[in-house]
Design a protein around this ligand. Sequence first.
Ligand code: NAP
Length: 465
Amino acid sequence: MSFWEFTVDASYFVAAVLFIIGLKRMGSPKTAKSGIKWAGIGMVLATVVTLWHPMMDAGFFRYVLILLAIGIGGAGAWYTGKKVEMTGMPQMVALYNGMGGGAAAAIALIEMYSGRAFDHGTTVLILAVLGALIGGVSFSGSLIAWAKLEGKMSKTIRLPAQQMINGGAALVIVLLGLWILTSTGSAPVLVTIFFLLCLVFGVLLTNPIGGADMPVVISMYNAFTGLAVAFEGFVLGNAAMIIAGTVVGAAGTLLTLLMANGMNRSISNVLFAGFGVDDGAEADGPEGEMKSVEAFDAAASFAYSDSLIIVPGYGLAVAQAQHKLWEFVQMLEKEHDVDVKFAIHPVAGRMPGHMNVLLAEAGVPYDKIFDLEEINAEFPNADAALVIGANDVVNPAARTDESSPIYGMPILDVDKAREVYVVKRGKGTGFSGVQNALFFGDNTRMVFGDAKQVCTDLANGLKQL
Ligand code: NAP
């Protein structure tokens, strides 16, 4: 092994260690920011060192192309990363993830077109074919997921006999893959048809899935991309790609399972049930009268309570009401001696950790934030509960109504608090499209309005007391 080869391999090893340290630190809100930096340093190291790889032999023109690509990609990522809202994060993850899958598939294609994948034995060829398949599906599927979440694709198209068509496409892809594996040398036409069909399969698989399940699908494609990158790492003999891909694959798989568990759904139910498909139908469910009150009355009630549990949801994020809410809570604690806690459902918002990040951003201390298992037993003893922009995660139908699409989903037992106040703009349903019995409860009062405005009014209400 030459000195350069040793230096490159050692640097890849260091980069891989940095990825793992980074991921570990991302596990807690306290260390998450530094975790991103550690992993970022690892990625810079892996990228820079690759330019010196003895096998690169790229020539001046190719180096210019590589640096141009890094410049354009880096600038685009920097700009969009700075600009993106927290609510737009799933779309951005979908887009970048799709690029990763596409890049892995492109490596596989180049290795197959050039014939190198065929020269290096069956294992390498199998991994190249699998990388092209998984990376291609992840690329086109992620783009559809992005388009749906970004509102660029409003319709969810379910073809008649959708599962049969998907099954047929999968079968043809497997047969073409086997054909490539038994070819003796580069087979560009066959490889091209195989790859195009993989792209079509990604579209077929993602298209019928309702917008409601898109975050789970994005996370699943994230795991796919990791796997494709790891496979291509084997093809290229690149340790950093193998380790980074495996880490992403494992993290993506765990996240997908966590989201599915949080909704009490299986992955196959997410992929094939068409849950949350917007068919334009009116939501069925409990009927009755929602009792509405002004923010001032709610503020007065909280001020005279001993304990309050706040449940934030997606609406809080859309309204960016976290800072105003925290101002109000500080007044309640300091001036009225109320014990305030925040209850976070695992799938509140649009991605795991969404609410924790928002509250941390506003300066809410971590010891005031509780997970579902930690806090659910406290609702029956709480004087009041305040639900802000949350809906499905507090819907008691999940506990009681076997016919409800969200039956079985663990929920925060807000309805068990002595008094419940719900802040939302109107009578609309949440993400799942299911009406919420909580809003009609005897002990529930609705405070209609935009979450940020209502939080401002709540604080003003306290000042008037
Ligand atoms: P939700 O069920 O989508 O409800 C959000 C509520 O916020 C809506 O009812 C809406 O009512 C209200 N709202 C919207 N904008 C508002 C504003 N500006 N001010 C005040 N209220 C506003 O949200 P959730 O309770 O957080 O539940 C999350 C849902 O996402 C679950 O169904 C979950 O399964 C799904 N999901 C989450 C993840 C994840 O990882 N977090 C992943 C996949 C799916 P109005 O329109 O009347 O205002």
